[in-house]
Design a protein around this ligand. Structure first.
Ligand SMILES: [Zn+2]
Length: 306
């Protein structure tokens, strides 16, 4: 009996990760997990490391993350140094050769998307926590979501050629639904084209560009640097001079400074979900935009009377 149990344990350990025919996909964020689910359907198992309500720049590394990575056939990352503060040691400690950077099971989703704010010239510490490879919050443009889905589709087909047609069909279906949703969002946002807004962190350049709004300033004096009294005063006076009434905040920041700015300028704080899972209603990638566009339109309507 004991020998049989040992044999069984040995057999289980020797089984490939795709024991049930499912690829084990780990993503760093819930946005990537949601897109992977759209493409992979029930032929993959997906797990995200960071939760959507967490600031993805600062994720506390847990031993359970290493376990997830140990079992992964594919790791999908945001890249552009978003995860540089916490992911590299987790990948190393997983000792999983499949998901090491450069390996076949490591997919940097940023390589085929449109990246904004790629700095030119020298980067110094005085510039704050600037991302030298460009702004990593690119998933907040649905056109980039489509590009991410395409890259994941290609990679899944490569790792699991038998399911290639299945992934292609799932991608096509996602593409159709996303295109229909984009039409809806564009129509909702059309009346507000060119409206100036302030955002807390530089999370929204892709989102604002895509939907025709202009970011005129930030609550953070520099990326990753908390609000300072002198910068806040300057921002308030600039907002008053330019008639800016909307302050967009990520759900994981302290609302104290944005509220103060709003009360000084007669403006309104709009808390958006920067990621899937950042708010309950933002349960998947398309739902993320449904939620954020709905919140934006309500605030813009109140601020502009349009
Ligand atoms: Zn950032």
């Amino acid at each position: 009996m004991k020998r049989m149990v040992l044999l069984l344990v040995a057999l289980l350990a020797a089984l490939p990760a795709r024991a049930q025919g499912k690829l084990n996909v780990v993503t760093t964020t819930e946005d990537l997990a949601s897109i992977a689910r759209e493409v992979g359907g029930d032929h993959i198992a997906v797990d995200s490391i960071a939760k959507g309500y967490q600031d993805p720049h600062f994720v506390e590394a847990k031993p359970s993350f290493i376990l997830k990575l140990q079992k992964a056939d594919l790791l999908v990352v945001v890249g552009r140094e978003l995860e540089i503060g916490w992911l590299p040691p987790l990948i190393t400690q997983s000792r999983n050769a499949k998901v090491q950077p450069g390996a076949n099971g490591y997919l940097d989703a940023s390589l085929t998307v449109k990246i904004l704010e790629i700095p030119t010239g020298q980067i110094t510490r005085a510039m704050g926590d600037v991302h030298p490879a460009g702004n990593p919050h690119y998933w907040l443009d649905p056109a980039n979501g489509r590009r991410i889905a395409q890259a994941i589709q290609q990679k899944l087909g490569e790792l699991d050629p038998a399911d290639k047609a299945y992934f292609a069909q799932r991608y096509a279906d996602f593409d159709t639904r996303l295109a229909a949703a984009e039409k809806r969002w564009d129509a909702m946002m059309a009346p507000y084209k060119g409206t100036k807004v302030v955002t807390y962190h530089r999370s929204w350049p892709n989102f604002m560009e895509r939907f025709g709004l202009n970011v005129m300033g930030y609550v953070e004096p520099k990326p990753g640097i908390p609000p300072s009294p002198s910068h806040t005063l300057e921002l308030i006076s600039d907002m008053k001079a330019q008639g800016v009434k909307i302050i967009v905040m990520e759900s994981y920041f302290d609302p104290k400074t944005p509220e103060k700015i709003a009360s000084e300028t007669g403006g309104k704080v709009v808390t958006l979900a920067p990621s899937v899972g950042g708010e309950k209603a933002a349960a998947d990638y398309i739902g993320l935009f449904d939620y954020n566009i709905g919140m934006m339109v309500a605030a813009l309507k109140a601020a502009t009377g349009k």
